[in-house]
Design a protein around this ligand. Structure first.
Ligand SMILES: [Zn+2]
Length: 398
């Protein structure tokens, strides 16, 4: 095992026209290669055969020699190879039942990204130059790279608002496990508040988010009113939606980074609710969708930071009746409509804040899992990006 933690540092950059054109061309070629390889693998799958990475790599070599695909030679071959590697791990995850069947990459609109390994970029004197480019990228170094680190992989992406980012994957020697803490915390997710902690602390949603949500809803309605194919107006409306979306995401990410760092530093065990199932439900309200996205991001940050610092994240099954159960005496309340924010337990007379009570129940359930569960481990991210294991919910008698 490497002693150092790999960590991505992401920055915004402003490409020249030539660089933007080169990158757009590379995005297009990566999409083409990925989709062709996926098609080949799918056809093989239908014949009950499997195609491996080396075979797709050989296909790529053959495609480049044909007249209609000769343009693939114009871009750096590393991102194309990396796309085939990603497809390989997507299939590995599918075969291991960790993920759904890989899907085709669709054109433009949403986020696009390509990956360069060390043979396809140069990083010298704080300047990053990609293959097939004469000039280094104009990167906004919003925070410094730690002294002496060298990126092993560079990912270039463009988000739906048209902004360009570069993410540098580096070994960060400054990350070391923290001294074990004796504390544990239960964390409940909500709509009114971003999070509620078992300590009674409530973490508010990022400032302006409510107002931005209203704006986002309005912009989305405008977009859906523009007729399909109505070129310029529709493009403008879509850009507006993407811009508001990006603003919400950025502000939220900022808040989540500070929050997860603090929570992981302060606590040894962090108990959260496993919302994987719920986030798959379609037709959610906008607020719900944003809250779920925030939750997924929160969880992923919490998990990787916990693994950096030697902390434990326990995810408790969502079917656990955390709102209905009195965290003081364990009595199950028959009903608990969403509108009830404060309530008093009829058995023991304890007055509860709904969310704080839920967070306390999560904590108790999580600690039970953490202490008694045979072979129960905190959920970790595997290299394929899927969370590894499901936790069992301890049953509590009402
Ligand atoms: Zn009670």
């Amino acid at each position: 095992m490497a002693t150092h933690v790999k960590r991505a540092f992401k920055y915004r950059f402003y490409p020249t026209d030539a660089q933007a054109a080169e990158l757009s061309r590379t995005f297009g070629c990566v999409r083409k290669v990925y989709n062709m390889a996926l098609a080949a693998r799918t056809e093989a799958w239908a014949r009950q055969e499997r195609v491996n990475y080396n075979q797709t790599s050989a296909m790529l070599t053959a495609w480049k020699k044909t007249e209609e695909l000769a343009y693939l030679n114009e871009v750096s071959c590393v991102p194309l190879q990396q796309a085939l590697r990603h497809l390989q791990s997507a299939f590995a995850n599918f075969f291991a039942k960790r993920a759904r069947y890989p899907r085709f990459k669709v054109k433009k609109k949403s986020r696009a990204s390509v990956e360069y390994t060390s043979s396809a970029f140069r990083f010298r004197g704080g300047l990053l130059t990609l293959a097939k480019m004469a000039d280094p990228l104009n990167i906004v170094w919003s925070r410094p790279l730690p002294e002496g680190v060298v990126p092993s992989t560079v990912t270039v992406s463009r988000d739906s608002a048209g902004r360009w980012f570069v993410s540098l994957l580096c070994e960060d020697p400054s990350i070391k496990p923290l001294v074990a803490a004796g504390t544990a915390v239960g964390i409940d997710v909500g709509l009114d508040h971003l999070l509620t902690l078992s300590t009674g602390e409530k973490v508010a949603n990022p400032r302006h988010e409510r107002r931005d949500r209203v704006r986002l809803a309005r912009a989305q309605r405008e977009l859906s009113r523009k007729a399909r194919g109505d070129g310029a107006n529709r493009r403008k409306a879509r850009a507006k939606v993407a811009k508001i979306h990006a603003r919400i995401t950025d502000r939220r990410r900022d808040v989540l980074h500070k929050l997860t760092t603090r929570l992981v530093r302060e606590n040894q065990t962090l108990v959260i609710e496993d919302l994987t199932v719920r986030t798959m439900v379609k037709n959610r309200s906008l607020a719900r969708a944003i809250s779920d996205a925030a939750w997924a991001e929160f969880r992923s940050m919490l998990e990787y930071k916990a693994s950096w610092y030697g902390r434990e994240v326990v995810a408790v099954d969502r079917f656990f009746p955390s709102s209905k159960l009195c965290s003081h005496c364990g009595t199950l309340q028959p009903e608990m409509p969403l509108s009830v924010r404060m309530w008093t337990c009829e058995s023991c007379g304890t007055a509860h804040d709904r969310d704080v009570n839920a967070a306390n129940n999560l904590l108790a359930a999580g600690l039970a899992v953490s202490v008694c569960g045979a072979g129960v481990r905190p959920q970790r991210r595997t290299p394929g990006g899927q969370s590894a294991m499901k936790q069992k919910t301890p049953r509590r008698e009402p």
